[in-house]
Design a protein around this ligand. Sequence first.
Ligand code: UD1
Length: 360
Amino acid sequence: MRVLLTGAAGFIGIHVMDGLLSRGHDVRAMDSLRPDVHKGSLPWRVPRGVEPLIGDMRDPVAVEEAMAGIDAVIHLAAKVGLGVDVGDMPDYAASNDVGTAEVLVAMARAGVSRLTLASSMVVYGEGFGLCSDHGAVRPAPRFERALKSGDFEPPCPHCGQPLETQLVVEDTPFDPRNAYATSKAAQEFYAANWARATGGAVAMMRYHNVYGPGMPKDTPYAGVASIFTSALRRGEAPQVFEDGRQRRDFIHVRDVAAATVLACERHESGVRAFNVGSGIPRTVGEMAAALATTLAGPAPVVTQRYRLGDVRHITADSSRLRRELDWQPEIDFHDGMAELAHLDAASELSSPHRAMMPQE
Ligand code: UD1
């Protein structure tokens, strides 16, 4: 297939590009190279045979041009992370929602009917918890006064008791709790509207916490595994927020890329969401300890600090993806963390395809 890959210079995009090429697809790679993400990593090098396009998804002319002759789109271009404060809202809305809307319009005009969309587990917010008195409930918001006093678990909204966390499935109603999550939820709704209006097919890939080679470093978009690795390499202890018992599902970027390429190849009709995770929740404290051990660095420090807008636990059931797209995560957590810890700058930038002649 001839695939338009947006966000192709990004962390996940680079690995999806490798996956597409190794499965024999033609790739047109588009990226805006936004300076807050790509500072220091220019010029953009793409593998031989890949058509690079520098352009912003909010620019209808650039997006329309990118769509010519395309069979399927993988839309990864987005502003990620938690942002700094509410002042980031317009940028999330413009980058993620206006950008997606332009992609959808251009697809409709060009008659491109297959879309694979990068979404996120954060659309579910705190998901569901089990209260011993009230059953499955939507956890109450975490207010600052509670976080300040070290009360990190979101309580039952009816009686305030602690909840047992449940794995969320794809049909769980959305409950986005920050601007990024809201923009991802809206993006999914736009895509579903487009699919109904045009008969197109869309696979929404709700990624868990992605880690691995090429993770953003020293930018507002750095994930926690990258932040901890950088600290350990400086000889400093990882600073674990809250009490370190918040849970995430850390999934390796090559597994995420494989799932994304499979969805692009196999999802041919209708609207379908897929949780993309390893299926094994870990605490942030456990992840910090794994990295500290592998780098023989100082033990993690649990700081009790917190970020407003952070979700306490993000863990979902990713069995639909295994069942319907025949995907399996291949990379074990400890092996993946050891690989991340021991990468040096040079090896981080090498991949079978990027080792080819650069095109500048
Ligand atoms: C991450 C992604 C988000 C994605 C979501 C899906 C990043 C930057 N964000 O959000 O795009 O949609 O997963 O599940 O990759 N923490 C520390 N110490 C630090 C920094 C963070 O303990 O120095 C903690 C945070 O409080 C949080 C956890 O680590 O509990 C994960 O934080 P982070 O890596 O920023 O990711 P998410 O917010 O889970």
